[in-house]
Design a protein around this ligand. Structure first.
Ligand code: BUP
Length: 461
């Protein structure tokens, strides 16, 4: 790598959905000649985060670790009750402790890459220290557009949220159906919304916005972001995904998957911080049984893994486990999802459409049955459908605590799973998406490879 090695500090947000892309980015930058410092916020919210951080540093000893001890925080009268958002708030309130850490970095930093949720903290600090800052978005380009535009949706000039009764209009984008917008966004006084607005307002000060997506997956949205249609004040938007996986440890469950025939298994996961109601968990079990497909199901019954103490037997009942024991595997705990999706036996993915999961499915060309439950997931599900990577049953509604209290019945779930698993057209389309994803991220001339190398070259100067 000719020229000086850029020194990049990475500042991830809270939760595995935010940490994972940063660990991947750290490994990607390091393997391309950058010196990398990963800022690790202490304490973490979940056990999964602290375990992954430790494993990561033992696998990549040449990546520097910079511990950032944050102050406890949950101010009285706050509307913020989500443990992950309480952490974001604590990070914002501890920013003065970050400054000396950044100043003491050696060699001096060439840039700092911060999670969108940390940009209100990091971008002004980096500006004050004259370090270029980039924002890393861990969601779809389409949801990132909504976030960027959020301050204007609430501005005095905006007649009402959107402009029509059914859609939200963002310049340059196809209309976003109102039903896909996270309901808290309709209330700017909520922490979730005011925090998103504050971070969005800072975006124009960043040197660039890095996206874990690729040109061919969201071409129109990426073009609209970059040609100034969405907002003329945004910096360049650089799609550099799908991010490469950084570890491949084999879990026990894989020997069961090895024994299944090609494309036969449905993989089920709703991500690291989505718990379904117990009634819905039972109906999902019923649906998987009715589908007749072999299944690998990662089961969570609480939002934060530290509190996930309920046994599988108590959640699903012994008779269910007895009936399905030769047909399915249920894992309570962490699996290596990317490795599962890479396995030829996996023929479909029931997913909440957390963006990392979407990019992993895209990378391996696995068809998705989208079941979005909160946050950005409905907008992401729409992207999945438009890219022909999957299908989405819209009337399954939002998840628990997000206004969707409906329990989807096992019979309907079973039918949709069977449909997805036997849909040849969808399977072929998903494989094409996989090809495009690999080209973008692996070919020397791939759009994402070129964008990443371009950033590194800029930092070398
Ligand atoms: Br659960 C689980 N193993 O057992 P998303 C998740 N993951 O590797 P989320 C595992 O965590 P947000 C497990 O592959 C993905 O990279 C998964 O991120 C991995 O959803 C990541 O898909 C989860 O974005 O985060 O956790 O809901 O709400 O931030 O989207």
């Amino acid at each position: 790598f000719p020229g000086k090695s850029p020194h990049v500090a990475l500042f991830p947000g809270a939760g595995m959905g935010h940490l994972t892309p940063f660990l991947r980015l750290a490994a990607m930058l390091s393997s391309r000649g950058c010196l990398v410092t990963l800022i690790t916020v202490k304490p973490t919210v979940s056990v999964a985060e602290s375990t992954h951080i430790s494993t990561f540093f033992s696998t990549y000893p040449h990546i520097n670790r910079l511990d950032f001890e944050i102050l406890p925080c949950n101010p009285p009268n706050s509307t913020n009750t989500d443990p992950f958002f309480i952490q974001f708030e604590a990070i914002s309130r501890s920013v003065h402790l970050l400054k000396p850490l950044l100043l003491s970095s050696s060699p001096p930093l060439s840039a700092i890459f911060s999670d969108f949720a940390g940009s209100v903290t990091v971008t002004p600090l980096a500006e004050h220290l004259s370090i270029p800052s980039y924002v890393v978005s861990t969601t779809s380009a389409r949801f990132a557009s909504l976030l960027s535009y959020l301050p204007f949706l609430f501005s005095e000039n905006s007649a009402k949220f959107g402009g029509s009764d059914n859609d939200v209009q963002i310049p340059g984008l196809s209309p976003l159906p109102l039903s896909t917008i996270p309901p808290p966004f309709f209330n700017p006084t909520l922490f979730f919304t005011s925090f998103a607005i504050s971070n969005a307002q800072i975006l124009p000060k960043a040197k660039g916005i890095l996206l874990n997506t690729f040109d061919r997956f969201e071409p129109d949205t990426i073009a609209a972001l970059n040609n100034g249609s969405v907002l003329s004040s945004l910096p360049p938007v650089l799609p550099i995904g799908p991010f490469e996986p950084y570890e491949f440890k084999k879990g026990d469950y894989l020997s069961w998957v090895d024994d299944q025939s090609v494309g036969s298994v449905v993989y089920v996961s709703f991500g690291s911080r989505t718990a379904m109601s117990k009634d819905q968990i039972r109906e999902l079990g019923d649906g998987l049984e009715r589908s007749g497909c072999p299944f690998l199901w990662v089961l969570k019954s609480s939002k934060v893994d530290k509190e996930d103490n309920e046994e599988i037997e108590d959640l699903l009942g012994n008779s269910f486990l007895e009936r399905t024991k030769n047909r399915g595997i249920i894992v309570k705990g962490w699996v290596n999802q990317e490795q599962i999706l890479a396995h030829p036996a996996i023929g479909g993915f029931i997913s909440h459409c957390g963006w990392n999961s979407v990019m992993e499915a895209a990378r391996h060309g696995v068809p998705v049955l989208a079941w979005p439950l909160h946050g950005d997931q409905r907008v992401n599900a729409e992207v999945v459908e438009n890219a022909e990577l999957g299908v989405w049953v819209r009337d399954w509604g939002w998840g628990q605590g997000w206004g969707g209290e409906k329990v989807v019945k096992g019979e309907e779930i079973g039918e949709k799973v069977r449909e997805m698993m036997s849909d040849e057209k969808l399977r072929n389309k998903a494989m094409e998406v996989g090809e495009e994803a690999r080209k973008a991220g692996q070919d020397a001339n791939g759009s994402s490879v070129k964008a990443l190398m371009g950033i590194i070259e800029t930092l070398r100067l």
